[in-house]
Design a protein around this ligand. Structure first.
Ligand code: SF4
Ligand code: MG
Length: 328
């Protein structure tokens, strides 16, 4: 994706001019075949919107989207349908995303009919196969969503996403609505499926815990922009951006040394419809200077491809021990 932006019309008030919320602001990124890229940020950071722009579920206000070298920014008709098959999404809330009046067989079989015009006789064995792929008994095909637990419903959602034979799967907070005890099972399932089916994955998450073990690279978003992008080990062992450092420090079970040295996040996320001037993180950053308030940092690409957008990242990290911590 190149220079992607998405603006929504914000809440309107009578006699007031329309306000625009720039949910995604000039984001460029590449998702490589076979990798799992995590997009992490607080709610309101634009992470879900960015995911939907990449999948062409939303049209960008500005910028371009490419898929396997082909520009798909304005894809429509048959080409867009083809893309819908190959680029699939799993939603956060498995209950809200499943039609309560449809049986599991109808839910999972719907894409087979819609995209492939597969008849009922062919659909039945394929649905049974998809259910077993996600670890559910084929005999459950006649039941309805309310008969299942949250984790089972998420498996049904995954089976439906797999039905059209996707190449890329976007999980929009795929486990955050589930009990902690079930989260690991669904994470493991996604990892197994990725291996078995050779999928590329994008995982959108607000917390770091879930993505640590399932992603290759991490993009950290703040108010519509990517502030840091690096491999998962770089992000956890040596985060460079003050916002990433604060996120890691406030997450449970991360490096004790880092937690001690790093100030936690101060204050709330500013209103996305009126983001701060200069560096957007300056209202919450412990290292803020006058330059940060005035000038937006440019994204620097370092050796190995990691990226950081902060005027002072070198200074900040020179004084810290984190950058030297050897991997365990
Ligand atoms: Fe903090 Fe300044 Fe870096 Fe922004 S540019 S993250 S305010 S040090
Ligand atoms: Mg969201």
């Amino acid at each position: 994706a190149h220079d992607l932006s998405k603006r929504f019309v914000g809440p309107t008030r009578l006699f007031a001019p329309k306000r625009f919320v720039t949910a995604v602001d000039r984001v460029s990124l590449t998702v490589y075949p076979g990798e799992t890229l995590a997009i992490v940020g607080e709610s309101g950071s634009g992470k879900s919107t960015l995911g939907r722009l990449l999948l062409r579920l939303l049209a960008a206000s500005e910028g371009r989207v490419y898929y396997q070298g082909e520009e798909i920014t304005d894809a429509s008709g048959a080409r867009l349908n083809q893309l819908r098959r190959e680029l699939q999404i799993i939603f956060q809330d498995p209950f809200a995303s499943l039609n309560p009046r449809m049986t599991v067989e109808e839910i999972v079989g719907e894409p087979l009919w819609l995209h492939q015009k597969m008849n009922k006789a062919d659909r039945q064995p394929r649905v049974a196969e998809l259910l077993s792929t996600v670890g559910l008994p084929a005999a459950w095909a006649r039941r309805y969503p309310h008969e299942f637990s949250g984790g089972q419903r998420q498996r049904i959602g995954i089976a439906r996403a797999l039905a059209s034979g996707p190449k890329l799967l976007l999980g929009d907070e795929p486990v955050s609505a589930l009990d902690v005890s079930v989260q690991a099972q669904v994470v493991n399932l996604l990892e197994d499926l990725k291996q078995q089916l050779g999928l590329t994955m994008i995982i959108v998450a607000h917390g770091l815990a879930v993505i640590r073990h399932m992603s290759d690279r991490v993009a950290v978003m703040y108010l519509g922009q990517i502030v840091e992008m690096a491999t998962v080990d770089e992000i956890f062992d040596a985060p460079l951006h003050p916002y990433t450092q604060a996120l890691i420090a406030s997450a449970p079970q991360t490096q004790p040394g880092l937690a001690r040295e790093t100030p936690l996040l101060q204050g709330d996320l500013p209103n996305p419809s009126n983001p701060p001037q200069g560096c957007r993180f300056h209202t919450r950053c412990p290292y803020v200077t006058e330059e940060c308030r005035q000038r937006e940092p440019i994204t620097q690409v370092l050796d190995g491809g990691r990226q950081v957008s902060c005027h002072r990242w070198q200074e900040i990290n020179r004084d810290r021990s984190v950058i030297q911590i050897a991997p365990p």
